[in-house]
Design a protein around this ligand. Structure first.
Ligand code: ASP
Length: 406
């Protein structure tokens, strides 16, 4: 049985068993005997997030060392990725806030087990900026301070590149460690049906059937964000910069979009994305640079999902976020989406990082974990659509430059 099937079955079973405990009036059984297994799973997720972020980012930076050679294509691509990802975060936040203000997200589900979460504090920008830079590397790791971990990754990645030949051993060590941590992550992900079943049982037994409606709403919110972003950012930029009409764009990208929707892996969709981009007029050398890079660092669907999920989970534990905290979400979700691997479920692991940065208990992820596959289908589809649109735009910009040079 494939993992997605196992997760769906675990989800359904969890709902059924949870409803049984809810209706017989014994939710404490789930708290005492089911939830601990879910907690073990969440602990494993927490434990893996720091090494994954650290190593994947250093590894990414090292592989970008070549980008200097690719010069002009490189910076245009990265600029396109960053601008569209920031737009994606804003779209995600806007829709999440609309849903929140319309009362469609629950406020304070009291899942906190008596713990008190820090309410919103108005963060001072300069303090936040200073706090991003670690004074002690190990403390950043033990506190799982993700912004600091990213700064450490940037420093070491840059340092390894700058060291040239002498940094070769460090490069190989990072590559090897990343391969190992990737396997460990795959193992933890393989345990997810157990986590889903036990946590879903506990959530439904304690919250009753209403929680299912909330999950449908948060899913709806994310999909509205995905669709708006695809139409507003991608089809408009493909039209404005590459002269491809929205209809032609979506029709041309459809095969890759469908594949991404079902495979939930940008990486696995690379060959098809490239084919679709080339069919629509992208230069092959541009698309062979943009598409794989995009499948690694350009994840706008993931960014939207992380913003929506963060607002939803913050609401669930009774936190009201300030504008300053929303800005932190934009920054962390942009970075987290860049660090997300193009593999199934990777965006959810990185969500843990956004939650850590916002002081939202990572355990809350379990609320939406069971339906992550449904989020993932839409976000992967959006992720690769952005890569295709970028390949078209950069091709056009490069050809204009070539004409001017001639
Ligand atoms: N599955 C996504 C992708 O491959 C990443 C994610 O989980 O957000 O693009």
């Amino acid at each position: 049985m494939s993992l997605p099937v196992q997760i769906v079955l675990a989800l359904i079973l969890g709902i059924v068993v949870g409803l049984i405990f809810y209706f017989i009036g014994k939710p404490e059984i789930t708290t005492n005997y089911f939830k601990p297994f879910g907690t073990i799973f969440v602990n494993l997720l927490k434990f893996i997030v720091v090494p994954v972020v650290l190593l994947s980012m250093i590894d990414g930076i090292i592989s970008m060392g070549d980008m200097k050679k690719v010069g002009s294509v490189g910076w245009k691509t990265v600029a396109y990725f960053l601008v569209t990802t920031a737009c994606a975060c804003v779209i995600g936040l806007v829709f999440a806030n609309i849903f929140l203000n319309a009362g469609l997200f629950p406020t304070d589900l009291a899942l906190a087990d008596g713990e008190v979460w820090d309410g919103a504090t108005s963060a001072n920008f300069m303090d936040t900026l200073v706090a991003i830079f670690p004074s002690n590397m190990w403390k950043a790791f033990t506190d799982a301070n993700m912004l600091q971990v990213i700064v450490i990754a940037l420093m070491f990645g840059g340092g390894i590149l700058a060291a040239g030949e002498k940094g070769k051993l460090a490069q190989d060590i990072v590559g090897s460690l990343y391969a190992v941590i990737d396997r460990v992550m795959a193992f933890i992900i393989a345990l997810s049906p157990i986590g889903v079943f036990t946590m879903m049982t506990w959530v439904v037994a304690n919250q009753g059937p209403e929680i299912l409606g909330h999950l449908a709403l948060v899913l709806l919110c994310a999909y509205i964000g995905y669709i708006v972003h695809a139409v507003v950012c991608y089809s408009v930029s493909a039209k404005a910069f590459a002269g491809v009409s929205p209809f032609k764009f979506f029709k041309g990208a459809a095969p890759a979009m469908i594949f991404a929707f079902t495979s939930t892996s940008s990486a696995a969709t690379i060959p098809l994305s490239k084919e679709c981009a080339d069919e629509m007029g992208a230069e092959s050398d541009v698309s062979s640079f943009v598409i794989p890079l995009g499948a690694t660092i350009n994840m706008d669907g993931t960014a939207i999902y992380q913003c929506v999920a963060t607002i939803f989970l913050a609401a669930c534990c009774g936190m009201t976020l300030t504008v300053g905290q929303m800005v932190t979400i934009v920054v962390t979700a942009t970075l987290a989406s860049i660090g997300t691997a193009g593999t199934p479920g990777a965006g959810m692991i990185m969500l843990a990082m956004v939650l850590e940065a916002m002081n939202i208990p990572v355990d809350m992820i379990m609320l939406i974990y069971g339906i992550d596959r449904l989020f993932d289908m839409g976000r992967t589809c959006l992720n690769i659509t952005g890569d295709i649109s970028c390949a078209l735009c950069v091709t056009k910009w490069e050809s204009k430059k070539a004409k001017v040079a001639r």
